[in-house]
Write a protein of this length. Structure first.
Length: 222
């Protein structure tokens, strides 16, 4: 099977689904794959079966799907193109980090490996895209990295925002408006489960955000 844009989108969706699996899970549920791509479960199943026949995925009926080594490499290369294009659009073209995801979704299928190599070199071989997502190496290998979010991190400890786990433009604008972009120092003062809120400290500022938003801000100890 030649890697078409549709194939690449499926590989990327399954790859990202795998990265979110818990330790006791091996397969990405088909419903999750269909939902992430905006297609019906039947359509997703048909495509995943084709990926399995091509040796790019392992499919277990009624259970889910997982990429093979070949599928993971191709997915990693798609993510590499996507994230380097995002960084190029922000740093060179001056676009807002909240707007580049959709542009990169289109361009990731069109740019050549040669152009991506030039972009990578021009940007100084970056390790992360504007949202803090790691950029796979030229072989498509993505180094695993465990990060806490604002619901699981230690409280009262100096932290640094490292990654934003949601590419929705409205959410990214919210992050930008509240100075919570990657690199920003923060500290969790309190978590109130009953009020569904997290109280943050960032420099001299104090900010309360909801737990849903807090779960999407990944941090590390500063």
């Amino acid at each position: 099977m030649l890697p078409s844009s549709t194939v690449e989108n499926y590989l990327k969706a399954i790859h990202q689904g795998q990265s979110a699996l818990s330790a006791d899970q091996r397969l990405v549920p088909m419903g999750q794959v269909a939902s992430s791509l905006g297609v019906t479960p039947g359509t997703a199943t048909t495509m995943v079966k084709a990926l399995a026949e091509s040796g790019l995925a392992e499919y277990e009926p009624y259970s889910g799907v997982r990429l093979t080594d070949a599928g993971e490499k191709l997915a990693g290369l798609v993510l590499r193109r996507h994230r380097l294009v995002e960084l190029f659009l922000v740093q060179v073209m001056g676009m807002s980090w909240a707007e580049v995801h959709e542009e990169a979704e289109q361009l990731e299928h069109a740019v050549s490996d040669r152009l991506i190599e030039r972009i990578d070199a021009m940007l100084g071989r970056p390790a992360y895209d504007p949202h803090g997502d790691p950029i796979p190496d030229p072989e498509g290998v993505l180094t695993p990295r465990h990060l806490d979010n604002l619901l699981t991190c230690p409280m009262g400890t100096p932290l640094k925002v490292t990654r934003i786990a949601d590419q929705d433009p409205a959410f990214l604008h919210f992050i930008e408006e509240n100075d919570l972009k990657p690199g920003q120092p923060v500290q969790v003062d309190t978590r109130d489960t009953a009020a569904d809120s997290v109280l943050l400290r960032s420099g001299d500022r104090r900010l309360t955000i909801g737990t849903r938003a807090a779960s999407k801000l990944l941090v590390e100890v500063a």
